[in-house]
Ligand binder design. Structure first.
Ligand code: MG
Length: 453
C-alpha cells in the first residue's frame, strides 16, 4: 500500500468547490474604513466559484483607484496574476495613486492561493523565516523626549524588538529661535487639508491652497534648523535613548520639509545614537541628493514608501544613496513587485524594511512577502493602540502581532477567513453609508488606454 497520509492531509486545504482553470472574476466591492489607524479601503473581488479575494487600498487613498479597474478585470481568471497586473499597472502611480493596482494585485494572489490551496509565500518561492519581525511606529507628538521614551519603553515591555519614532521640524516648530522660516511657511504644517464634502467654494479653495502648501518639496520651502533647533533634536533622541537604552533598534521618520543640507546636519548630529535608519529626509525622486546624503553620514538612509514599481527603486539603488529600501505593498504594485524590489535591493547589498499602516489584510500581504524575501529586516505596525484592529478579520491568531512578531501559517492565500462586517461597520469614513455596496456604475468604464501608437 502506498503511504498517502501526506496527500490526505494536503486535501484538508484544497478548496474542492474550486476549479482554478474555470475561475472567473464576477464583481468588485469596497468598504471604506477609518481609524485602523488611518483611512483605508478594504477590497473584495468575487468569483463564479464562491471564493472571494481580499485586498486593501492604501491609507489615505481613494476607493476610485481600485474601482476604475473593475471593467478591465470582469470575466478574467484571477489566477493569471502577472498578466492582469501588466494590463492594469499603467493605472497606478506613485504614492496613493498606486493604491488601486496594488489592492487588486493582492486580492488576485489571495484568490489564487485559495483556489489552489497554498499560502502566498509558497507561491513566491517558500520561506526564509517562520516569524516576521515587526517594528512598532510611534508618533512622537509630545515635546519631551523622556515622555516619548516612556511610550517606546511600553512597546518594549509588550515584546516589540524594533522601534520607530518621529524626529524633526514639528517637534521644535513652536520653540522661538529653533527654525528659520519664511513668514507663513510653518503655519501651513500646523493643519492638514480636510476631507469629505465642503459647503462653499471658498472652503474648497482654502482646502486646495492648504494642500498646495503641503505639496512644496523640501528644497523649496526655505526652512532651516538653527543650531538651537539641532541641539533640541539631539536632546530629544538623547532623552529617548536614556529611557529605552542603546540595545534596541530605533528608526527615525518625519524630519520635515527641510533641505538636503539640513538633513545632513541632523544625520551627523544623531550618529552616536545609532538610528536603524533615517527615513524620507528628502523626496525620493532626487537620486543625486540621496547619494550625497548617504555619502555624508554613517546613519543608514532609507526611502521607498511612495515609490510605485521596481523601476522607481532602480536609480536610487544604482546611485548608492540607500542602505534600506522601504516599499509599501499598497503603493509598490503589490506582492510580486515588492518581492522583486527586495531581491533587487539585495543585489546592491541593501536591506528591505516594509512600510504598512492599514488593516490585517495589508499586514498579512506584507508578511507573506517578508517570509519569502531574504534581505527583509522589519515590517511596520502602526496600530499598537487600536483596540479593534485584530477584530477586523477572522482566521488569524489573536493578537496577530505577538511578542513583536507575526507568525505566518500554512493556510491558503493570505490566511484570512473573512472580514467582520459588524466591526468595520462601526468605523466607516465620514459620508460613507454602507459596506460592500453594488458597484455596477464601474462595470463599463472605458477608454482607449494604450500608452503608445
Ligand atoms: Mg514614513
Amino acid at each position: 500500500m502506498p503511504n498517502t497520509r501526506g496527500a490526505d492531509e494536503a486535501l484538508n486545504w484544497v478548496n474542492t468547490n474550486s476549479r482554478p482553470s474555470e475561475l472567473r472574476i464576477t464583481d468588485m466591492r469596497v468598504a471604506e474604513i477609518t481609524g485602523a489607524p488611518f483611512t483605508s479601503v478594504l477590497l473584495k473581488i468575487y468569483t463564479n466559484q464562491g471564493i472571494v479575494g481580499l485586498g486593501e487600498v492604501r491609507d489615505g487613498a481613494s476607493a476610485s483607484y481600485a474601482l476604475m479597474l473593475k471593467s478591465r478585470l470582469l470575466g478574467e481568471n484571477p489566477c493569471d496574476i502577472d498578466r492582469l497586473f501588466r494590463r492594469i499597472k499603467q493605472f497606478g502611480g506613485h504614492g496613493r495613486q498606486g493604491g488601486g493596482v496594488s489592492a487588486v494585485e493582492i486580492a488576485l494572489w489571495d484568490l489564487a492561493g485559495k483556489a489552489y490551496g497554498v499560502p502566498i509565500y509558497q507561491m513566491l518561492g517558500g520561506r526564509f523565516r517562520d516569524k516576521v519581525r515587526i517594528y512598532c511606529d510611534t508618533d512622537a507628538t509630545v515635546p519631551s523626549g523622556t515622555e516619548t521614551g516612556k511610550r517606546l519603553k511600553e512597546r518594549m515591555d509588550r515584546g516589540f524588538t524594533f522601534l520607530k519614532m518621529d524626529l524633526g521640524l514639528m517637534q521644535i516648530a513652536d520653540v522661538p529661535g529653533a527654525v528659520v522660516a519664511p513668514a507663513g511657511v510653518l503655519e501651513a504644517y500646523r493643519h492638514h487639508p480636510g476631507r469629505g464634502s465642503v459647503k462653499t467654494i471658498e472652503e474648497r479653495r482654502a482646502r486646495n491652497a492648504l494642500y498646495d502648501s503641503h505639496n512644496v518639496a523640501h528644497p523649496f520651502t526655505g526652512l532651516n534648523f538653527t543650531d538651537k533647533g539641532i541641539d533640541l533634536l539631539e536632546q530629544y533622541i538623547s532623552e529617548v535613548r536614556d529611557v529605552i537604552g542603546m540595545d534596541i533598534p530605533l528608526a527615525i521618520d518625519h524630519v520635515g520639509h527641510v533641505s538636503l543640507q539640513n538633513g545632513i546636519r541632523l544625520a551627523r548630529r544623531i550618529e552616536k545614537y545609532v538610528p536603524a535608519w533615517l527615513e524620507d529626509v528628502i523626496p525620493w525622486q532626487y537620486t543625486e541628493q540621496y547619494r550625497q546624503l548617504q555619502d555624508a553620514t554613517t546613519v543608514p538612509i532609507c526611502t521607498g514608501e511612495d515609490i510605485y514599481l521596481k523601476e522607481g527603486f532602480a536609480p536610487l539603488l544604482r546611485s548608492g544613496g540607500l542602505s534600506v529600501v522601504h516599499p509599501d505593498l499598497l503603493t509598490s504594485g503589490g506582492i510580486l513587485e515588492t518581492k522583486k524590489i527586495g531581491d533587487m535591493a539585495q543585489d546592491h547589498g541593501v536591506a528591505m524594511a516594509i512600510h504598512m499602516a492599514e488593516s490585517p489584510i495589508a499586514a498579512m500581504a506584507a508578511a507573506h512577502v517578508a517570509v519569502a524575501t531574504e534581505n527583509f529586516m522589519a515590517l511596520e505596525y502602526h496600530s499598537a493602540d487600536v483596540a479593534w484592529w485584530d477584530d477586523i478579520v477572522t482566521g488569524l491568531p489573536k493578537p496577530l502581532v505577538k511578542d513583536g512578531f507575526i507568525t505566518v501559517s500554512d493556510k491558503p492565500g493570505l490566511g484570512i477567513d473573512d472580514v467582520v462586517d459588524e466591526v468595520i461597520s462601526q468605523h466607516l469614513q465620514p459620508g460613507v453609508t454602507g459596506i460592500w455596496q453594488p458597484t455596477h456604475h464601474w462595470d463599463n468604464d472605458y477608454s482607449w488606454d494604450r500608452t503608445w501608437s
